[in-house]
Design a protein around this ligand. Structure first.
Ligand code: FES
Ligand code: FES
Length: 175
């Protein structure tokens, strides 16, 4: 059987240039985890349903399990490993710590990348908008109230009239 066809691919990942010859069917998620050992990006469902695999592509959040790596040729990829500035955490990383916004931590890299992408989009103006626009990132530990607190604190969102931030819509990550 002939060897599968490979395609050239150049990516800048967390500030470093990488070149690959890669099969067309390799997802960006698998490339990050298996070829670059960037395992901070998690594989939850592998079907675009949980958000655990969220990374930033040219500053925009995407589910890396849903895109083929070859489709991102020439792009700048940022994963959870690329957010800190040396020893200084990204403000969103620090906010998740300060607000106690995780339990097992499995969803956390995706939550943080998604939250940064959300703020980049300029759409997160109210707690309700954050809840809605983060609803693609599921947390099976149910840390939604703290996640909302963390994102709101970085986004500079004011509280609702009753001075409470209400929980993000809950969901479960498929087993
Ligand atoms: Fe990509 Fe769940 S692993 S959305
Ligand atoms: Fe455990 Fe979110 S902190 S899945």
């Amino acid at each position: 059987m002939p060897a599968p066809e490979r395609y050239p691919l150049a990516l800048r990942v967390n500030g470093r240039e990488h070149e690959f010859d890669i099969e067309a069917w390799v997802t960006l998620l698998d490339l990050l985890r298996e070829r670059l050992s960037l395992t901070g990006t998690k594989k939850g469902c592998d079907h675009g349903q949980c958000g655990a695999c969220t990374v930033l592509v040219d500053g925009k959040r995407i589910n890396s399990c849903l895109t083929l790596a070859v489709m991102q040729n020439g792009r700048e990829i940022t994963t959870i490993e690329g957010l800190a500035n040396g020893q200084e955490l990204h403000p969103m990383q620090q906010a998740f710590i300060d607000k106690d916004a995780f339990q097992c931590g499995y969803c956390t890299p995706g939550q943080i990348c998604s939250a940064i992408g959300l703020i980049n989009e300029g759409q997160a103006k109210t707690p309700a908008e954050v809840r809605e626009l983060m609803s693609g990132n599921l947390c099976r530990c149910g840390a939604y109230p703290q996640i909302l607190e963390a994102v709101a604190s970085v986004a500079g969102i004011s509280r609702d009239g009753d001075n409470k931030l209400h929980p993000i819509v809950t969901g479960t990550v498929p087993a």
